[in-house]
Design a protein around this ligand. Sequence first.
Ligand SMILES: [Mn+2]
Length: 322
Amino acid sequence: MMRITKEEAASMLLSMDNILIFAHENPDGDAVGSACALCHGLISLGKKAAVWLDGIPANDVHLTKGIMFDNSFTPEHIVSTDTADKRILGAGCGFDKSVSVELVIDHHFTNTMYAENTYLDEESAAAGEVVYDLLLEMGVTITKEMAECMYIAISTDTGCFRFGNTKARTLRTAAALLDCGIDAGEINRIQFETKTKEYVALEKMAMNSLKTYFDGKCAVIMLTLDMFRESGALESETQALSSLPRQIEGVYVGVTMKEKEEGFFRISVRTNAPADASEIASHLSGGGHPMAAGCAFVGNKDDALRAVLEHTENQLKKAGLL
Ligand SMILES: [Mn+2]
């Protein structure tokens, strides 16, 4: 359980072969993009490597083309990206969460150091940004394919370069990726400007469910199983919903609750400073970043809402907002 430097992580990866890469469950663009970019980089060095990801958003599926694990080699090393906690490791294809992860490459300051080796850069906006630095350190020539993976990773976690985690370095990395020949305008159009009809139907229901609390400082949208059934939307396309409640003027804590199965909720918390999303989520055994975090809840809708509101109230008070 060691924290290692970029140089150590690079030499560790250079010494490996037959590498299987996981990311977190319900992978977002950063999870998929960082895992796939790393995989392409390792393959470009002549290594056998593959990713295994489940429930990939439709817009990101193409990134895994030709590199999804297909049992064509026996994995000798397990690596993960963008995964702060073993409990959310998206293991599969014959492995479960108890698998020993040899190296995790991450940017979450909440990383629990579950892997044998952790290369963590909390200053990076996305795991894709950490992977970019690592690939350069390994002497990998960044191809257009890798660049698209990392661009999607970074643009996902920065809300297309709008969030406060977008640093000058983030934009420099993105610029370098554009220099590799990717069409950022087209990628952005697909990733951020296009919605399926099913998703729009769900978004309408989501907006109808919106309620505010604590003088309008907290807004909550609640997505039930019925809404998913009625709209036909997929959970994997609902990531953009998480940012809706926080967009309302005066809201410091925006909460999106998704009923995944009967009695099981996935909760996204988005905050505006000084409210801290990761503190709210961590009280419910989750984690994340100061402005974007998540957790799960087992129980009925009322209990889930009550628990979230209790910790939101505490956080608003702690931040001097109530
Ligand atoms: Mn990430």
